[in-house]
Design a protein around this ligand. Structure first.
Ligand SMILES: Cc1cc2nc3c(=O)[nH]c(=O)nc-3n(C[C@H](O)[C@H](O)[C@H](O)COP(=O)(O)OP(=O)(O)OC[C@H]3O[C@@H](n4cnc5c(N)ncnc54)[C@H](O)[C@@H]3O)c2cc1C
Ligand code: FES
Length: 284
């Protein structure tokens, strides 16, 4: 029997693995490519999947790109803890389980957009930037990381900026080892001073970064969508309540992870409280 109501689980071999940061990075990132044509045809930027390390745990991962013609999907995995360390050990050909895609995607509204990506949030913003360029939008990607080594996909973005005149890449590093010195939000403010005429902002990354982007979008009266992927998810199908946000009770895996500015403004949890794996709140 195949149960498809909650998303079909597909077990496939990993086709390709690419190191996206130097191995010496504090948080190394590897991308893995799998072939699941029906998923690649449906996947939209901002959506996520549950990646199952067979015989072990299942973890939420954003979609870093989708190639519907060849039926391939890419996920970018940061080596954070137990499961992601084990995922980094896998070799090409190893089997992996994928279910999804889940959640609401970015809307792709606007003509001149800024995307602010930081940490593991760079994966969904990469897919968003690719899709936006495909649709003829002018895209500025502000990519924040602690240092040069942590800027995953940097060479890819730089090559893309050379090829596509609609794409502008603006890396920022906290320690100034590459690009603009400061946080991604400092870089964003710096660019804003030169009247970029943005008409829409999108963000994914650490929640405190996204909260600052939210404050800036409010000050600048710009529409914003944020993917709240810096949260603990368990079931991904709306059953466990782990990903819910006060006071609206929004389940991020169903009504999110992408939320518009108007909804973010009503959430007392956003930028202030997270929930640990037991569902207990803690200050961010
Ligand atoms: C919608 C969404 C999209 C994501 N996309 C990406 C992505 O594209 N690339 C990427 O590298 N990471 C992504 N993450 C985060 C990723 O799920 C965690 O880094 C991963 O679960 C860590 O597992 P671990 O066993 O290695 O860590 P653990 O040792 O279990 O925990 C280390 C830390 O990882 C985080 N974490 C652990 N389990 C979960 C969980 N089930 N849900 C959310 N966070 C968790 C917590 O902050 C925890 O403190 C995403 C998370 C969400 C919710
Ligand atoms: S992760 Fe279970 S309801 Fe969202």
């Amino acid at each position: 029997m195949t149960v498809t109501k909650y998303g079909k689980l597909t077990v496939v071999p990993i086709e390709k693995i690419v190191m996206e940061t130097p191995a010496s990075a504090t948080t190394p990132v590897k991308s893995i490519v799998v072939k699941i044509p029906e998923m690649a045809q449906k996947a939209l930027p901002g959506q996520f999947v549950m990646l199952w390390l067979l015989g072990n745990d299942e973890k939420p991962m954003g979609i870093a790109s989708s190639d519907p013609i060849n039926g391939k999907l890419t996920f970018a995995i940061a080596r954070i803890g137990k499961t992601t360390k084990a995922l980094h050990q896998l070799k090409e050909g190893a089997l992996i389980g994928v279910r999804g895609p889940y959640g609401k995607s970015f809307s792709l509204k606007g003509k001149r957009i800024a995307i602010i990506g930081g940490g593991t949030g760079i994966a969904p913003t990469k897919f968003l930037a690719e899709k936006a360029i495909e649709e003829g939008l002018e895209v500025t990607l502000v990519h924040g990381a602690k240092s040069k080594k942590e800027l995953a996909f940097r060479s890819y973005f730089e090559a893309l900026a050379q090829k596509k005149s609609l794409f502008h890449y603006f890396p920022t590093t906290d320690d100034g080892s590459y690009g603009f010195k400061g946080f991604a939000t400092d870089g964003l403010q710096h660019l804003y001073q030169n009247n970029p005429n943005w008409d829409y902002l999108y963000t994914c990354g650490p929640e405190r970064m996204m909260y600052k982007v939210f404050q800036l979008a409010t000050t600048w009266s710009l529409p914003l969508e944020a993917s709240l992927a810096d949260r603990y998810f368990k079931c991904a199908i709306g059953l466990c309540g782990q990903c819910s946000l006060d006071p609206l009770g929004i389940r991020l895996c169903i009504e999110g992870p992408v939320l518009p500015k108007e909804t973010l403004a009503k959430l007392t949890d956003f930028g202030k409280y997270g929930r640990d794996k037991y569902g207990k709140k803690y200050p961010l």
